[in-house]
Design a protein around this ligand. Sequence first.
Ligand SMILES: Cc1cc2nc3c(=O)[nH]c(=O)nc-3n(C[C@H](O)[C@H](O)[C@H](O)COP(=O)(O)OP(=O)(O)OC[C@H]3O[C@@H](n4cnc5c(N)ncnc54)[C@H](O)[C@@H]3O)c2cc1C
Ligand SMILES: NC(=O)c1ccc[n+]([C@@H]2O[C@H](COP(=O)([O-])OP(=O)(O)OC[C@H]3O[C@@H](n4cnc5c(N)ncnc54)[C@H](O)[C@@H]3O)[C@@H](O)[C@H]2O)c1
Length: 481
Amino acid sequence: METIEYDVVVIGGGPAGENAAQYAVEGVEVNGRAMTAAIVEHELLGGECSYWACMPSKALLRPIAVADVTADLPGVSTAHVTPKALLERRDSWVSHYDDSGQVSWAEGAGLAVHRGTGWLVGERTVQVSTSSGDDVLLRARRAVVIATGSAAHVPEQYAAALPWDSRDATGVIEVPDRLVVVGGGVVACEAAIWMQALGSEVTLLVRGPRLLERMEPFAGEAVLAGLRERGVTVHLGTSVSDVRRDSPEATGTGRVHGGAVTLTTSAGELVVDEVLLSIGRSPLLDGIGLESVGLAPDDVTGGRLPDWLHAVGDASGGAPLTHWGKHQARLVGARIAAAAVGEVAWEPDREAPVPQVVFSDPEVASVGLTEAEAREAGHDVVTSRVPTSSAAGTGLLRDHIAGESQLVVDRESRLVLGATFVGPEVAELVHAATVAITGGVPVHVLRHAVASYPTSSELYLRLLEELPRELRTPPPPPVVE
Ligand SMILES: Cc1cc2nc3c(=O)[nH]c(=O)nc-3n(C[C@H](O)[C@H](O)[C@H](O)COP(=O)(O)OP(=O)(O)OC[C@H]3O[C@@H](n4cnc5c(N)ncnc54)[C@H](O)[C@@H]3O)c2cc1C
Ligand SMILES: NC(=O)c1ccc[n+]([C@@H]2O[C@H](COP(=O)([O-])OP(=O)(O)OC[C@H]3O[C@@H](n4cnc5c(N)ncnc54)[C@H](O)[C@@H]3O)[C@@H](O)[C@H]2O)c1
């Protein structure tokens, strides 16, 4: 078997793997020789995000959001979604499932791409099985990075019915007349919108009492009202006990997978044409040879790895979000690069807060701790909440503005712990809160960050004004006895 040496070998070429490889070697020379890295990828370079997750879902949702605005904005005629053109836009944003652009980027960045499935066979050693049948061994002089992503959960009771997963929803070709979406998380709240806009009659079956259960309750309530308003049926507190399908058939991604599906649920029996299962994802760590180096998947997600092995992105067990995986990858890449030249990479003391935007209607954008998480962590919490329409800039966006926005503040330090914005186009509002948390900007200082009139950012002034007056000044110095 041929053996090739690189400084760094990355298993998995999604956004996290690509960034780890790039940051580990970019501009780094050791003894006058440029660092080298290889990415092993067995599907498309760019990963889930580029072809089956973030990009296609947002390409589908944006025109729907724009059409919604025109329906609520006097002075323009109302636009309507045209399903064929919407799917063509999706196809263009996923480059027709062709990754040659990403391969060119990798080659331009000096990264080698090995097509095939990779797994560890020993310390710093990855075997790659290629479609031609010629396996190759990649030896990493410095580090191996696991960036294999995650896989959707498919409980046993659904497996024989061949339900859709998120790839079928983002890659939809045949629009089922009646679609059940199981789950009340991010995929469910986003996919229900585009599937309904494409013509499906959508029913959400949510096991828990609310949508978006990891976010502030008022966010899930607003999204629930939004979905119902656009004609989506939502059953909360509903479990599925049996799933049967007539003639299940593996017809391919985005096509209806057979005949009618009958679901027995705590809300009664439902007969539909397709079921989209969106009940979470787990790190993809099976079959990557962890046992060959004495490790188990829990060691990866628990951060118990030898110094030559790293994990980034969904595979690490951290927040399964592209920007978070890329952040982890930049940190890991910088650590590998610094270690190669005998240095230690600089990192801030404080761990960065995780932002997330749900591109539902209304949108939800949040960062840091929810109120409940902050209290559980022992903070003396103060919150301020205002209608998202309460700034002139947000009010101008459209006629009807649903949703509220909230800051969670630590009373003692005056620091922002978390923020949630619910409403139209709030995605861009959250970054200022992310900056405030990352930079440790207390609210009495944040009040002096003046937003232009009339922009949505003036909502910060409204939120800060709602806080108790005593938080407008620095905390008193500690009394020295
Ligand atoms: C429908 C949907 C929408 C989403 N929308 C957003 C969004 O708007 N914003 C956001 O931040 N996040 C979003 N996410 C989450 C986001 O897609 C993931 O967090 C992100 O893709 C994780 O990146 P990654 O590099 O860790 O893994 P992936 O993107 O999954 O990439 C892993 C890569 O590794 C390859 N691989 C796996 N095992 C091997 C092996 N043994 N050998 C070789 N190659 C291997 C895979 O083929 C894949 O290309 C969405 C997820 C879904 C499902
Ligand atoms: N805009 C974005 O950032 C975006 C968009 C889509 C997906 N994502 C990422 O993808 C990940 C996966 O999304 P998701 O919606 O599949 O997961 P999720 O974790 O967001 O939601 C899972 C939902 O399924 C429910 N559930 C769990 N097990 C169940 C079961 N056995 N039966 C019925 N219901 C069950 C949960 O109560 C929850 O409502 C998310 O964690 C998110 O980070 C991000």
